[in-house]
Every structure is written in structure tokens, then in C-alpha cells.
Design a protein around this ligand. Structure first.
Ligand code: G16
Length: 545
């Protein structure tokens, strides 16, 4: 095998977004495009040479090609040991679990998460550091800076590694281990949850659930854990075989894209519990019979019930949520007497807090929930947490559990409106306009509400003092309701405008009303202030969650 130094030229736009570098497949298929980015990672992370690297992806189109390239580049860049999932499959939380368990120097995840796949779809790559979490901004920026001057990359010539067979081989001087993608992760889950109680629930004859893997990476994990270990009947997991194009669907577990699951849970003779996960297995959606649990409420509920789950019985150090996530978890934290941190959007901002032992649970409105068991959000973990709650609260429906929670804490009514594929300049103009209004908005009255403060969210990490700005425009009203405007950092076409709407409803007689109905006045205010329709050219959002 020959080590080659291949001359290359920099590509513009290789700056990682909210979660790694995401582009159309065709962009990644350009000669040297993937290689440049990977070499930049090796260049700014010298400890990968001589260390262990974990590699895997969500099974999407172009994964096999990219993985073979990365294997040869890892060998050429001096990686000592490389762990790769069988068939290249590893969910994002499984990568995090493996990095931590095997003291790896880092991991590369090949995924564009919930974005569609296939030849015309999206591809992505992200680097996770030795704590198992997404690289922090100082690392992603260093990678980006390196991509701007790169002149050559290192790669071995050679034949492909057979990823179909579990076992070891040697590539150059690097040991390659093709591993069972599920085993270590499943063992970790078993250490956190009461599998005995959950399997009794699964087999008591009255409880039924449905898990939609959306043709993505969690299929093998969910089958192994829910069906094989916990005894849920075969067929509990639907769409359980990962497909390169996710069956032509959008592997995003929300009300708009997980339609098959939603119709099962809304249908006749619906199961008691429904859940879905996304392309790379870090997101989750939780449903009851004809009932949707918002991710913000799910975080709050998980926090409130943590004492009944074995892995969390000793209590929570604290909770963290991204800024646009509702304040429901803050109310639980206050009652538990623990801190609640508000971070920018992006799981990478939770890493320091977890490493420093300041928080145990983290969550985001974007269908992400997780804990310090790994350093990524974790879809199946959230599903198992809910199953553990249901197993200890037998005879309670998901809707009842949430209703009781609202009765105790009040309801943070919440919704996100997305305008996708908007003209980038128009979206920038909308945000710039809001920026200019920040000084004049406080004090203004809109119907019964008055704006108390308006800002662009910025964050100082309490652990290392690093700062992050431009987190989104917040308008906070005197009745503690809130509007947030933000541009997504994960889209690959035009801009996606996200509008986050939240109000607080203490009155239990109004708790069952539809969120869009309760938020209607706030939605109107958000339009009046930002002129969303004019800038986006749309009459309504593309996706409402
Ligand atoms: C990623 C990040 C999350 C973030 C989400 C949405 O999730 O890991 O922290 O909340 O994107 O980000 P944005 O609003 O910028 O599109 P995933 O599941 O796509 O990796």
C-alpha cells in the first residue's frame, strides 16, 4: 500500500454549521471536497495520530464511498486504531458512546441528520472530540480556517475494507475493527433504565407501542433493544431497515414528516405510545394516543420523573436547554432546586456543562433530548426514558401524565413555525430589520402585551468563558410570553427562518386547547413586527411543530 500526498485546492464554504458540514450530495461528490475537510480535521487535531478514531454514519447515500475514503485517510494520517460500525452503520449517540467507552481521540459521523438523502439529497460530516460530543466552535472554526489554505491531503492506495464482516484487519499500520453497531450502546441503555419493568410493560398484554425508525439508522438499534431485549412484539418497529434514500422520505421525527406514525397514533385502535427517531438517531418525537408531546415538555417531564429511573435516582446536577426551547424545564429545575442553563442552539454548547458536572439533562425544542450518559442527544434514550416512566405509572396514558405535569407546573404553550428554502438575502434582510428595531421595541404595546426586552441572544460559557453571539432575536413580553426569530444553521438550500412562539398558561381549564389557538395573538404580533409574509413571500409556514 502506497501513501500518497494528493495536491488539492481549497473549496469555499466549508464552515461547519449548527452540526457539522452539510451540503448536497453532489457537492460532496466533487473530487477532493470530502478529502479536504477530513484532512483539515486531522491537521487541527494532532492527537488523532497515534490514537483511536470511531467512524460511522446513518446509512445514507454516499456513506460507503465516504467511509472507505476516510479509512484510507485515517491510516495515512497515523491513526492507530479505527472502530467502524458493520456496514458503516453507527447512530450519532452510539458514536458518542463508543468514543467514551474506548477512550478514542475522536469520531467522524457521516450524516446530514434529518435532512433527506439519496443522490439528490443531502450529505454531511461532523467531528466529535474525545469527550464524545460535537466539536466546540473553537475546533470547528479551526477546521474551517484550515480548509481555506489546504494544498494537499494524505491517503493510502489500496483495496476497500470489507465492512460487512465483524472483525479486525490492518490497513497500512492502522488496526481496523468492524464492530457490532448496537452492542455497546444497548449495554449502556440497560445500565440506565429498568429493563425488567419495561419488559413487563411490553408483555402485559394491554400495552402496545409503535416505533418509527423512518428507514434510518435507529432501525437496528430499536429492533435489538425494543423487540429482542425488551420483548415488544415483532412489528413494533416500523420502517426498521436503513435505506440510502430513507425510502424517499424526510427522516425528521415531527408531525409533518412522521406522518405514518402520526396516523397510527391518531387512528382507530391506536397503541398507547408512539415514538420516532431521525436519520442519525439523535432526535426523538414522543406521541400518545391522539396526543403530541412537545420536545420542550418532554424535557421537563423527563426531569420531573428522573427520580423514578435507576440511572438518575441519585438526582440531577442541573438542566440545560437551548435558548429557543420553552421554559417548561426551568420550572421543574426551580422546584428541584437545581440550576437551569440557557445555551445557544446546538448540542455542542452542552458539552462543557456536562463535562464540568453542572448538568445531567439537556434538551432542545428541535426534538433533541439527552443526558450526560453520552455527549450527544439521544433518540432511543428518550424513548426508553418515557417507557420507564410509563412502566412505573401503569394505567396512566401519555396524555394523563402530561396533563398532571401541566396541572402542577402550568403549561408553557409552545410552537415553532418554519419557513424553508427562503431567499437568503430576503431572510438576512428580515433579521437585519429586526436588529435595527431592537432599541425601539422595548416598551411597545401589542394588544394586551407589552415588550419588556428585546435582544440578540449571546452566551458566555460558564466553564471556559468562551462566547457565542447571534443566537437569535428574542422579544420577551410582560406576561412572560416570548417570540424568537432565528435563521437555521442546518439547511442546505436558501435560508430557513424559524419562528419560536411561547406563552405561559397557568389555568388548567385552558390546558387542553390547541397550541395554535392559544398562540394565535402572539403569531399575529410576530407577523406585525417582522413582516414575515412579505420577506418570505409565503402566506404560511412550511412546517409547524
Ligand atoms: C442540529 C443540532 C441541534 C439543533 C438542530 C437545529 O440537530 O445538533 O443542536 O437544535 O440542528 O438547528 P437549526 O435550528 O440551526 O437548524 P441535528 O439533529 O440536525 O444534528
Amino acid at each position: 500500500m502506497t501513501l500518497r500526498l494528493i495536491p488539492t485546492h481549497p473549496f469555499s464554504g466549508q464552515r461547519p454549521g449548527t452540526s457539522g458540514l452539510r451540503k448536497k450530495v453532489a457537492v460532496f461528490q466533487q473530487p477532493h471536497y470530502l478529502e479536504n475537510f477530513v484532512q483539515a480535521v486531522f491537521d487541527v487535531q494532532p492527537k488523532l495520530a497515534g490514537g483511536t478514531l470511531v467512524v460511522g454514519g446513518d446509512g445514507r447515500y454516499y456513506n460507503p464511498t465516504a467511509i472507505q475514503t476516510i479509512l484510507r485517510m485515517a491510516a495515512a494520517n497515523g491513526v492507530k486504531r479505527l472502530l467502524v460500525g458493520q456496514h458503516g452503520i453507527l447512530s450519532t449517540p452510539a458514536v458518542s458512546c463508543l468514543i467514551r467507552k474506548h477512550s478514542a481521540a475522536g469520531g467522524l459521523v457521516l450524516s446530514a441528520s434529518h435532512n433527506p438523502g439519496g443522490p439528490d439529497g443531502d450529505f454531511g460530516i461532523k467531528f466529535n472530540t474525545d469527550n464524545g460530543g460535537p466539536a466546540p466552535e473553537k475546533v470547528t472554526e479551526a477546521v474551517y480556517v484550515r480548509t481555506k489554505t489546504i494544498e494537499a491531503y494524505r491517503i493510502l492506495d489500496g483495496i476497500d475494507v470489507d465492512l460487512g464482516i465483524i472483525g479486525g484487519s490492518i490497513l497500512g499500520t492502522m488496526a481496523v475493527e468492524v464492530i457490532d453497531p448496537v452492542a455497546d450502546y444497548a449495554e449502556l441503555m440497560e445500565s440506565l433504565f429498568d429493563f425488567e419493568a419495561i419488559s413487563q410493560l411490553m408483555q402485559d398484554g394491554t400495552f402496545r407501542m409503535c416505533f418509527d425508525a423512518m428507514h434510518a439508522v435507529t432501525g437496528p438499534y430499536a429492533r435489538a433493544i425494543l423487540e429482542n431485549r425488551l420483548g415488544a412484539p415483532r412489528g413494533t418497529v416500523i420502517n426498521g431497515i436503513p435505506k440510502p434514500d430513507f425510502g424517499g422520505a424526510h427522516p425528521d421525527p415531527n408531525l409533518a414528516h412522521a406522518q405514518e406514525l402520526v396516523s397510527i397514533l391518531n387512528g382507530h385502535d391506536a397503541p398507547a405510545f408512539g415514538a420516532a427517531s431521525d436519520g442519525d438517531g439523535d432526535r426523538n418525537m414522543i406521541l400518545g394516543q391522539r396526543f403530541f408531546v412537545t420536545p420542550s415538555d418532554s424535557l421537563a417531564l423527563i426531569a420531573a420523573h428522573a427520580h423514578s429511573v435507576p440511572g438518575y435516582r441519585n438526582g440531577l446536577a442541573g438542566i440545560a436547554r437551548s435558548m429557543p426551547t420553552s421554559g417548561a424545564a426551568d420550572r421543574v429545575a426551580a422546584q428541584l432546586g437545581i440550576p437551569c442553563f440557557e445555551t445557544p442552539t446546538g448540542w455542542k454548547f452542552f458539552g462543557n456543562l456536562m463535562d464540568a458536572g453542572k448538568v445531567t439533562l439537556c434538551g432542545e425544542e428541535s426534538f433533541g433530548t439527552g443526558s450526560s450518559h453520552v455527549r450527544e442527544k439521544d433518540g432511543l434514550w428518550a424513548v426508553l426514558f418515557w417507557l420507564n416512566i410509563l412502566a412505573t405509572q401503569r394505567n396512566q396514558s401519555v396524555a394523563n401524565i402530561v396533563a398532571q405535569h401541566w396541572q402542577q407546573f402550568g403549561r408553557n404553550v409552545y410552537s415553532r413555525h418554519d419557513y424553508e428554502g427562503v431567499d437568503s438575502n430576503a431572510a438576512q434582510d428580515l433579521m437585519a430589520n429586526l436588529h435595527r428595531a431592537l432599541q425601539t421595541l422595548p416598551g411597545q404595546q401589542y394588544g394586551e402585551r407589552r415588550i419588556l426586552c428585546a435582544d440578540d441572544f449571546s452566551y458566555t460559557d460558564p466553564v471556559d468563558g468562551s462566547t457565542s453571539s447571534g443566537g437569535g432575536i428574542r422579544l420577551i413580553f410582560d406576561d412572560s410570553s416570548r417570540i424568537v426569530y432565528r435563521l437555521s444553521g442546518t439547511g442546505t438550500e436558501g435560508a430557513t427562518l424559524r419562528l419560536y412562539l411561547e406563552s405561559y398558561e397557568p389555568d388548567p381549564t385552558r390546558h387542553t386547547a390547541d397550541a395554535q389557538f392559544l398562540l394565535a395573538p402572539l403569531i399575529q404580533i410576530s407577523e406585525t413586527i417582522a413582516d414575515v409574509r412579505r420577506y418570505t413571500g409565503r402566506d404560511q409556514p412550511d412546517v409547524i411543530t
